[in-house]
Structure formats: structure tokens, C-alpha cells
Design a protein around this ligand. Structure first.
Ligand code: LRH
Ligand code: MN
Ligand code: MN
Length: 394
């Protein structure tokens, strides 16, 4: 067989790209900032309905972003079934539900790990309420992140907090419907600086193994120590059927929440290569590709379109990895040959292929350019000129 023969089949690559879904987060459409300043932007949604409108716009221009994740209570509404119907009318669906147990005074010492049983009960009730919201919206993923941890040695029992965490997770897991999943996110530090109760993938994995098949680890690419090999984590979890999905973003220093693929497109490619090689693009694997970003200074809808394209470009390159040639080089111990297979794929310009795919899908081959020409931003700026913009805590 010649090298040409073993190249991935072009139509299979295009089909895989067409099938990939990238979920955008409602909170990325609202105002956000650092702890020093929130720079309010024009045209920002005033409520959850308008965030959904913007998410639908991103889907209209990209063709591959058909769901939006909610954060509760940031996206609190009277009638969640009505919100889901609104999303459907706009051509998208509700994705993961993200509870928020980190923004109330009661949570100073933690939520489900808090030493006070009354606070733990309050946090658990909110998590259970979020499962009700999943039922009402048709969401299949409960995406859990806890700000729980301690700042000072001796502040609380590390082991005791693990027990409290396990107890709450069990109660929530047992409440899930048969087709609903729990995604458990970890984060090395922040807001706690001595211990986090879920600091790393290993801790999250252990809890998920205890809970059962429908509990899976969520990898937020901004939540590791600098230099961590994220693709190793991804390959390991995928191999064990415990990779629930991603919160994609990019970072230079900490949890920067910048656009995915902006800081280190090569890392994103390496992650997607492990996904493709490990079967993580197959629908059956259930890997959810979600964004978790904040657009503090750049226009938000456009930034989300760019981000979706960045994931798509990395995926396209990963799909071009000649898996057969890679396996052969690996088996022969051809270190440089194997590395060259990956680099060939990474160095391919996939933009023409993606433009062709979009034309096939009936959308503009240049989504960012098309959005900029569309006048959409001027429209939302005028429509939303009155009323308070939604943001963190709104
Ligand atoms: C925590 C986190 C988590 C939250 C989101 C707003 O840093 O990544 O996913 O829900 O940010
Ligand atoms: Mn996250
Ligand atoms: Mn984060």
C-alpha cells in the first residue's frame, strides 16, 4: 500500500466534521470581566432569552453549534419549558445545565463540603432543582463545578470534606433520569488557594467511578497547572469511558478563559488528535465539546464564532492524521516517522476544506466575515439599548 492509499478518506473526514457539535455557554454572551473591572459592552443580551438568540446566531453562521449551556441562577426564568421552546424555535436546543453554588454568602466555607449541614442541604437542594430544570428543558448533562476548598492548613478536615462531597454527589446521581449524565469538573486552584476539594482529574475520576456509568469527568482546559499534559488526561479518560466532555478555553497563566485555540492551537490539536484516535468523535462515546469562555474586551458573538471555528479547525487537522501510518511507525519504533505523521496533519491548511464543507451545508464559507457583513451587531445594539445587560450574577 502506498502512503496515498492510507490517507484518511476525505468524505469520512467531511462527514465527521459535519456531525461534530460544539456547545456555546450562555454566560459568554453576557458582560464579564476580571475582579478589577467589568467593561460593559453594547448589544449584550438582557436575559436568558436573548442569550439564546445570540447562541442561535452563532449556530446560524457556523452550522455546528446547535446547543447552548445554561448557568443557574444566571439564566433563571419563570418557565424553563418555555425557554427550551424558545430555543427550539430559534433552531437550537438546551445543552448542559450548570448549577451555581459559589456566589452566595452562605458558601464562604464551601457548598456541599461546608462544615455546616444546613448549608450543605441548601447547596444540595439547588443541585436537585437543576435536575428538575434538566427535565423541563430536555437537557442531558448536569455539569458540576464546586468552588469548595480551604485557604489555610488546618482550616477543615480534608478527608471529612471528601465524605461530604461523596454524599452530595450520590444524592444527585440517584436523582438523575436514565438518559441524564453527571459531568464532574475539577480545578487546581481558585477560589480556594490551599486545597480544592476537586483539584484534579484523578479526584474527579475516583468519585465518578464510585457513582456509576453515567458520571463522567469534565476537562476544563484552563484548570491545570502550567505545563500539564492535558492530552494524556484526555486519552486516559477516554480509554476508560470516563471522559464526559470539555470546557474549552485557552490560557496563558491561570484560568484565563480566553478563546479556545488562541493561546496554544498546537495543544488543542494534540487534544483533538487523542479524541479522534480514541474514538471520541463517535456519537456513542458521548464526549461533549463545550466552550467555557469570557469575552471581556472583544465582541462576544464574533468571538464565539471564531472559537467554534478554532475547535473545528483543530478537529479537521486531527481527522487528517494518517492513523495507519502512525500505527506502523509506532510499531516499528520509528520515533521521528511517527512524529512526522502528526506534524504533517497539524501543518495542513484545512481552511479550504472547511470552506467547502460550509458551502455544502448551505452556509457562508467565511462565517466571521459573513457575520461582520450581516449587520447583526448593529441590530442587537439598537434593540438592546435600553434595559440592564445580563452579566455574572444576572
Ligand atoms: C470555574 C468554571 C466553571 C464555572 C464557570 C463559570 O472556573 O470553569 O465551569 O461554572 O467557570
Ligand atoms: Mn469550566
Ligand atoms: Mn474555569
Amino acid at each position: 500500500m502506498t502512503e496515498e492509499d492510507s490517507m484518511p478518506d476525505r468524505s469520512a473526514v467531511l462527514a465527521a466534521l459535519r456531525a461534530q457539535h460544539i456547545e456555546t455557554p450562555s454566560w459568554a454572551y453576557g458582560n464579564s470581566g476580571t475582579r478589577f473591572k467589568v467593561f460593559a459592552q453594547e448589544g449584550v443580551p438582557r436575559d436568558a432569552y436573548e442569550k439564546i438568540d445570540d447562541a442561535a446566531t452563532v449556530h446560524r453562521f457556523t452550522g455546528v453549534a446547535p446547543t447552548v449551556a445554561l448557568h443557574i441562577p444566571w439564566d433563571m426564568v419563570d418557565d424553563y419549558a418555555d425557554l427550551a421552546a424558545h430555543a427550539r424555535n430559534q433552531g437550537i436546543g438546551i445543552g448542559a445545565i450548570n448549577p451555581n453554588v459559589f456566589q452566595e454568602d452562605d458558601y464562604r466555607l464551601g457548598s456541599v463540603c461546608n462544615p455546616d449541614p444546613a448549608v450543605r442541604r441548601k447547596a444540595l437542594d439547588h443541585l436537585l432543582e437543576c435536575v428538575d430544570i434538566m427535565d423541563a428543558t430536555g437537557s442531558q448533562d448536569l455539569s458540576l463545578w464546586f468552588a469548595d476548598g480551604t485557604n489555610y492548613p488546618g482550616q477543615d478536615s480534608i478527608a471529612g470534606r471528601q465524605e461530604r462531597l461523596a454524599e452530595a454527589l450520590r444524592a444527585v446521581y440517584d436523582r438523575l433520569g436514565a438518559d441524564q449524565r453527571m459531568l464532574l469538573e475539577y480545578k487546581l486552584f481558585e477560589p480556594a488557594f490551599y486545597t480544592m476539594d476537586l483539584p484534579d482529574w484523578g479526584t474527579s475520576y475516583a468519585h465518578c467511578v464510585d457513582l456509576g456509568r453515567r458520571a463522567k469527568v469534565l476537562v476544563d482546559t484552563g484548570h491545570h497547572a502550567p505545563g500539564t499534559n492535558i492530552e494524556f488526561i484526555v486519552a486516559f479518560l477516554l480509554h476508560r469511558a470516563k471522559l464526559g466532555g470539555f470546557h474549552f478555553n485557552s490560557r496563558f497563566y491561570a484560568d484565563d478563559d480566553l478563546m479556545v485555540g488562541a493561546a496554544d492551537p498546537f495543544q488543542l490539536f494534540r487534544i483533538m488528535a487523542e479524541i479522534v484516535l480514541g474514538g471520541g468523535l463517535d456519537k456513542a462515546s458521548g464526549v461533549a465539546f463545550m466552550l467555557d469562555q469570557c469575552h471581556n474586551i472583544e465582541p462576544k458573538v464574533q468571538a464565539l464564532i471564531r472559537s467554534v471555528l478554532n475547535v473545528q479547525e483543530a478537529t479537521a487537522k486531527a481527522l487528517l492524521v494518517d492513523a495507519e501510518a502512525l500505527r506502523k511507525a509506532q510499531a516499528e519504533g520509528d520515533v521521528l516517522g511517527a512524529n512526522a505523521v502528526l506534524m504533517d496533519a497539524y501543518n495542513t491548511d484545512v481552511r479550504p476544506m472547511l470552506a467547502e464543507l460550509r458551502e455544502d451545508m448551505g452556509i457562508d464559507p467565511d462565517p466571521v466575515g459573513a457575520y461582520r457583513r450581516s449587520g447583526h451587531f448593529d441590530k442587537i445594539r439598537a434593540e438592546r439599548a435600553d434595559g440592564a445587560a445580563a452579566g455574572w450574577g444576572a
